[in-house]
Write a protein that binds this ligand. Structure first.
Ligand code: SF4
Length: 103
């Protein structure tokens, strides 16, 4: 169970995104694929291609990082967000940009 402060933060992060602009809103692709399984790699590629053209990609990614969501958000899989959490949080403005990346 999430603490009330975390729930409020997630809910406010969700409300901050203009989901009406989401390129995936009418998509029937597999946005919450299992980690492995038949057709998953192609499904991930297809979803990421939609995200590439989405006008709210960064906002979507920021929400997913705050909410620790599963599935594909902002052109990334859950595993990628876990593996590159620090870098992605800096990218969406949740952390200061590392000096190396800012140079
Ligand atoms: S970035 Fe991808 S998952 Fe997020 S709203 Fe856009 S299309 Fe959907």
């Amino acid at each position: 169970m999430q603490q009330p402060g975390i729930r409020r933060r997630v809910s406010s992060a969700y409300a901050a995104v203009d989901w009406d602009q989401a390129a995936c809103q009418d998509s029937d692709l597999m946005w919450f694929p299992a980690e492995d399984g038949h057709g998953v790699r192609q499904a991930v590629r297809d979803c990421k291609a939609v995200c590439d053209d989405c006008p709210i990609r960064i906002d979507c990614l920021r929400f997913a990082l705050i909410a620790s969501e599963h599935g594909i958000w902002g052109g990334t899989t859950h595993k990628e967000r876990q593996q590159h959490r620090h870098k992605l949080r800096a990218l969406v403005g949740l952390l200061p940009v590392p000096r190396k990346a800012a140079a």
